[in-house]
Design a protein around this ligand. Structure first.
Ligand SMILES: [Zn+2]
Length: 105
């Protein structure tokens, strides 16, 4: 497995949606690839933030909001990475629902 194979699979990897052999291949690749480990960390951050937002189901504090927006800015260029797009889309949808997205006050 190389980075081309691993990056699109990171999101399902985190979500435990991959067959065991595929997940093992990714785990092995991550052990030796800093770039993919960094992508995984970003996904973890986004995923954790999203779950925190969904769990509260109320407007987050200004501090949390700022952290979310900063995290989104950081991964925005990653829109081309298929695995990331799904998460950023979910967060943006959620923020919009909570009137916190771009354009909200
Ligand atoms: Zn890699």
């Amino acid at each position: 497995m190389d980075c081309q194979d691993v990056k699109p699979a990171l999101s399902p990897y985190i979500d435990g949606e991959l067959p065991r052999e595929d997940a093992a291949g990714i785990t092995a690749h991550l052990a030796g690839c800093v770039a993919c480990r960094r992508s995984l960390e970003e996904l973890h951050l986004i995923s954790a933030t999203l779950h925190a937002l969904l769990a509260t189901r109320r407007a987050p504090s200004p501090v949390l909001r700022a952290r979310v927006m900063a995290a989104l800015d950081e991964v925005a260029p990653a829109r081309t990475r298929p695995g990331m797009a799904r998460h950023t889309r979910l967060i943006r949808q959620h923020l919009r629902r909570m009137r916190l997205g771009p354009g909200a006050r």
